[in-house]
Design a protein around this ligand. Structure first.
Ligand SMILES: [Zn+2]
Length: 460
């Protein structure tokens, strides 16, 4: 007798789709089969049953100068849960002079008591001095085995020499690398030029961050990673030229994985030409690209060249925060909401439109993100012994997307007025029902820190 049985659903994993029951005991998956008996039965007839989705890239209550991203650890994880995501990975960013382990403890203290789903933390490495690199093993032991590296942004970026030192240190200790690749100097040059010419509107944002300058950074990063033999994950790849650089690296047998985001698959640079200041809603880095880039990313996703779809969820209020850059596009806080809509968007525009199989959808939204960051087999798939994080997904449910009804704490939705066809209706986290009929029914603070594990010597 199981605590709970999710019965008679169409179980979808990265490997297969089959009709059956999932038996849950003590918060874990105890059996997958037919005719399972439980104290409580959740009838999933006509529904898809999938692993809770894993979003490897979110920025909740993220400080940016004197602003802070508008979803905190509670509102952001409630929104994630309502959208079928049961694990998020956020970031710990050490302040100057602060040790990595202290930064991790401080960020965990911010999340504890607030998060409603399980969470991990990437460690941002924004310096490469001997002392910081000596702390990499301690960070890994403390549960942050993946490291965010930036090639752009003044406060965060690593130059090539520092990148080499960091990549070598990660290779030595099995640390995982997640890299923001854009050419910092080209962006600074083009931004200064635009402002000097009096071009200050949001439509200048994409013009100052061309796809070729992203691809240049991707290529340079992969060349440096080749030198140190370090596997890397590319964060939020947005363009076809970047994907070409990845292909070249794979052709020389490098281990590189690619993350993209729904916005790069579904939206394009036309959004920056909305009337007035509205383009600011789409100011994020890298920027939205062309139709051809979108097509290349979809093809790459279907073909297995793009490995994960994360959100880079980083919302700022349009009316009160994005307006910081009214007179200067370079001061618009970068980022957009998305943590709640990923699974339904990828189902509607991926699976329903015939671009992705249901298995591939689960693979890129659940299984690969967990595996890529050392959360598997506990997260990301439905197998005996895994945490009972499950999504009951109604493939026929139609939901119009609007910031008014979504749970994200922000005053706009990049997909406002779109209708998705297929939506999570019930979500379980470690066996507990936390979302019912699209509304959160759990408690704040129930989420737990999940350590990311270092890379095995085989690189996986
Ligand atoms: Zn990000």
């Amino acid at each position: 007798m199981f605590d709970r049985v999710v019965s008679n659903g169409l179980i979808v994993t990265a490997e297969a789709t089959c009709r059956g029951d999932v038996g849950i005991a003590d918060g874990r998956i105890a059996a997958i089969g037919t005719g399972l008996v439980g104290r409580e039965v959740i009838d999933a007839s006509g529904m898809l049953v999938l692993p809770g989705a894993v979003d490897e890239h979110v920025h909740l209550q993220m400080p940016l100068g004197d602003l802070i991203s508008s979803d905190d650890f509670t509102t952001g994880t409630v929104a994630a849960a309502c959208g079928g995501t049961t694990t998020v990975i956020d970031f710990a960013e050490p302040r100057p002079g602060q040790s990595l382990v202290e930064a991790l403890a401080e960020r965990r203290a911010e999340a504890e008591g607030r998060v409603v789903i399980d969470y991990g933390l990437h460690m941002t490495l924004c310096r490469a001095d001997d002392q910081t690199l000596a702390e990499v093993p301690a960070s890994i032991e403390s549960g942050a085995a993946s490291f965010k590296l930036y090639m752009a942004y003044d406060r965060l970026r690593l130059g090539d020499g520092d990148l080499l030192r960091v990549l070598a240190a990660l290779r030595a200790h099995g640390g995982r690398a997640l890299v923001h690749a854009e050419n910092h100097h080209a962006i600074a040059y083009l931004t200064a030029q635009a402002l000097a010419e009096g071009r200050t509107g949001p439509e200048n944002h994409p013009r100052t961050r061309p796809a070729l300058m992203e691809a240049e950074a991707v290529h340079r990063l992969l060349a440096l990673a080749w030198l140190t033999d370090t596997p890397v994950v590319l964060a939020h790849l947005s363009c076809a030229l970047g994907l070409e650089a990845v292909r070249a690296a794979r052709a020389r047998n490098q281990r590189v994985w690619v993350e993209t985001c729904p916005q790069y698959l579904l939206l394009d640079e036309q959004e920056y030409h909305r009337p007035g200041f509205e383009g600011a809603k789409f100011v994020m880095a890298p920027p939205l690209r062309s139709e051809a880039d979108r097509a290349a990313l979809w093809a790459g996703l279907a073909a297995g060249e793009v490995d994960t779809v994360a959100t880079d969820h980083c919302p700022f209020f349009y009316a009160t925060q994005k307006t910081r850059g009214l007179a200067d596009f370079s001061r618009i806080p970068g980022g957009a909401p998305g943590v709640e809509t990923r699974l339904a968007l990828l189902y509607t525009y991926g699976v329903r439109s015939g671009r992705l199989s249901p298995q591939r959808w689960v693979e890129v939204c659940c299984t690969h993100p967990a595996r890529r960051f050392g959360l598997a087999p506990r997260k990301g798939t439905l197998s005996v012994g895994a945490d009972a994080d499950l999504v009951i997904f109604d493939p026929e449910r139609r939901v119009p997307l609007s910031y008014r009804t979504l749970h994200q704490n922000v005053d706009y939705c990049p997909y406002e007025g779109w209708e998705v066809h297929g939506y999570p209706i019930l979500v379980l986290s470690r066996g507990e029902v936390i979302v019912r009929d699209g509304e959160f029914v759990g408690t704040a603070g129930r989420g737990r820190f999940v350590p990311t594990a270092p890379m095995e010597s085989d690189g996986d």
